[in-house]
Design a protein around this ligand. Structure first.
Ligand code: A3P
Length: 303
């Protein structure tokens, strides 16, 4: 089928991937109109892979010189603005609000984000020298995070989305911007072919050794940390600022909303690795593992 009723909205198959039907015009507008600049940095994720966290880190990394002393640290934009406002999505924000938005107000280098699969990126993104940072996550935690998120979007009287039903769809590839494995594989391949253009990152590696990963990110973006920065704790400062505990406790992230009506606090749930075991039976976990193993076979990629 090319259309499936998938709470909270029907999903349509477009260029091999499932998108909420209300997003399609925006995806097409973005594909037709977005002009990448060579200095752009685009964060790419599947939903629920840690986008909010990496948006905050990218913003803090790029703007670290501006907010380096304690006076300016107190005025850091991340303290009063949600990461999704600071690093906006193309199709889920800019092109959803306007078919051909004026992006001239963005100062270079522009920090933008997208959930689009590699094969559906606007041509100019693939053709220009802009950089892509791709973050993926263990499929079981991604799935559980997504399930929680969609339960928030459901009308209260409907209760929770039955987990086995959601799992079945996920394993058949029917999930937002899914099949999940095709999304990941597209960027994994691009990253091995063009490592200077696409940086491939994993949520679990960020959690395990964030300072190594943030330095890797800074190097990739052409903004490596200086010896002085490494000595004076700049990396640790960025990680503290962007930590789950810090961001989730900020008033803006506890009470604000995005223009689409989504509540900022919904982007912060637990922020842990392995939470899936608290919701899925061993059998359910094995089903996802089996599908992923089959789909990733031969790619060199493992979760
Ligand atoms: P959980 O639901 O497993 O807690 P996205 O930003 O792509 O929507 O992903 C949301 C997931 O990232 C949620 O996962 C959320 O809790 C987690 N997350 C948000 N901010 C985080 C942070 N600063 N550090 C680690 N994880 C974070």
């Amino acid at each position: 089928p090319s259309e499936v009723d998938c709470v909270p909205s029907s999903l349509r198959l477009y260029q091999g991937f499932w998108f909420p039907s209300w997003l399609l015009n925006s995806v097409v507008a973005c594909q037709n109109h977005f002009q990448a600049h060579p200095s752009d940095i685009l964060l790419v994720t599947s939903p629920k892979c840690g986008t909010t966290w990496l948006k905050a880190i990218l913003f803090a990394l790029m703007n670290r010189a501006k907010y380096s002393d304690s006076y300016s640290q107190k005025r850091h934009p991340l303290l009063t603005q949600n990461p999704h406002d600071l690093v906006p999505f193309l199709e889920f924000r800019l092109y959803l609000q306007n078919k051909n938005p004026d992006l001239t107000a963005f100062t270079s280098p522009r920090l933008l984000a997208t959930h689009l699969p590699y094969s559906s990126l606007p041509r100019s993104v693939r053709d220009s020298n802009c950089k892509l940072v791709y973050l993926c996550r263990n499929p079981k935690d991604t799935f559980i995070s997504m399930w929680h998120y969609f339960n928030k979007l459901r009308p209260e009287e409907k209760g929770q989305l039955p987990l086995p039903e959601a799992l079945d769809k996920f394993c058949r590839g029917v999930s937002w911007c899914g099949p999940y494995w095709d999304h990941v594989l597209g960027y994994h391949k691009a990253s091995s072919e063009m490592p200077e253009k696409v940086l491939f990152m994993k949520y679990e590696e960020m959690k395990a050794d964030p300072s190594v990963q943030v330095r890797r990110l800074a190097d990739f973006m052409g903004r490596p940390f200086s010896e002085e920065e490494l000595r004076n704790g700049t990396v640790e400062g960025i990680l503290r600022m962007c930590s789950f505990d810090n961001l989730s406790a900020l008033e803006v992230n506890r009470s604000g909303k995005l223009p689409t009506g989504l509540e900022n606090k919904w982007f912060f749930r637990k922020g842990e690795v392995g939470d899936c075991v608290n919701y899925m039976s061993a059998e359910m976990g094995e089903r996802i593992d089996g599908v992923m193993e089959e789909k990733l076979h031969g790619s060199g990629l493992k979760f």
